[in-house]
Design a protein around this ligand. Structure first.
Ligand code: SF4
Length: 275
């Protein structure tokens, strides 16, 4: 049985998600306005300008998880908690071949399910939630994926973040902003939020961005976090947000401090050697 071909949803299988790699398109001379102007923009205008540029830099924005049905996206998103999308995409082909739809997952052997998803971490809990979510989909929703955040978050293992991903990519419904580790970190660097709690960050972003663009912001910051603004070493000099990003200034100051401390240390070591 494949009960995911929802008559209610406008969902169609993604054409370019599988294997999609984010490669930013350099903006070149399409890059207004000059540095000080951009820094002085009010927060909302700055957020809109950042969004505009992100859309130019990453014109395509498919979900980076591989899936072929709404329930597969839900499962992949649950697996992506505390795990990379790349790792999830390595695990799901075998998983979805063995258990392709909501019925198969609901009636799966839990040990077999656990084995198939083991490398994504927390596999016992994830397997229990995935199976229970599919059982509830059958019992309460006729095997179809519900299209509201209130209904989705009644499914075991489906919190606000997973629900936002499913709603945006399956139903084009925007109930919130998905805040993952990249969105949290880069939104802070870009100075559009001072919060550190994902729920509060989401509230800030919802106030600044137009509703249809909530997922556009999230998905493009995820791409940006992988391609340019990595956690380990943001490549600010290659970033088309450099002039509008207060975080770059902070990072530059921090890098200068580290370089100065290193120089002092080596000068001190040379002095001691000379004695
Ligand atoms: S300028 Fe640097 S810190 Fe700011 S978004 Fe770009 S890479 Fe990240």
């Amino acid at each position: 049985m494949n009960s995911d071909s929802s008559k209610k949803s406008p969902w169609a299988p993604p054409s370019s998600a599988n294997g999609y790699k984010a490669v930013p398109v350099p903006l070149g001379d399409r890059l207004p306005p000059p540095l000080r102007e951009a820094q002085k923009l009010p927060k909302k205008q700055r957020a809109l300008e950042i969004l505009r540029r992100l859309k130019l830099m990453y014109p395509e924005a498919p979900c980076s998880l591989d899936y072929e049905s709404p329930v597969q996206l839900m499962v992949a998103t649950i697996l992506a908690a505390q795990c990379t999308d790349a790792r999830v995409n390595l695990v799901t082909p075998a998983l979805f071949e063995r258990f392709p739809d909501v019925g198969a997952i609901a009636h799966s052997n839990i040990s077999e399910l656990e084995d198939l998803i083991r490398s994504t971490g927390f596999y016992r809990n994830k397997a229990k939630n995935i199976q229970a979510a599919c059982q509830r989909l059958i019992a309460e929703f006729d095997g179809e994926m519900p299209s509201t955040i209130a209904e989705l978050t009644t499914l075991p293992g489906v919190a606000r973040k997973t629900a936002n991903v499913v709603l945006a990519h399956i139903f084009d419904v925007h109930e919130g902003v998905t805040v993952d580790t990249h969105v949290k970190r880069i939104s802070g660097l870009l100075g559009v939020t001072k919060q550190t709690d994902p729920v509060r960050i989401e509230q800030d972003l919802m106030k600044l961005l137009p509703r249809p663009d909530w997922e556009n912001w999230s998905i493009r910051l995820v791409y940006h976090g992988r391609a340019i603004c990595t956690a380990r070493s943001p490549d600010c000099m290659r970033c088309d947000l450099l002039d509008i990003c207060p975080g770059a200034i902070r990072l530059r100051k921090e890098a200068a401090k580290v370089a100065k401390a290193k120089a002092n240390q080596s000068a001190k070591a040379k002095k001691e050697e000379a004695r």
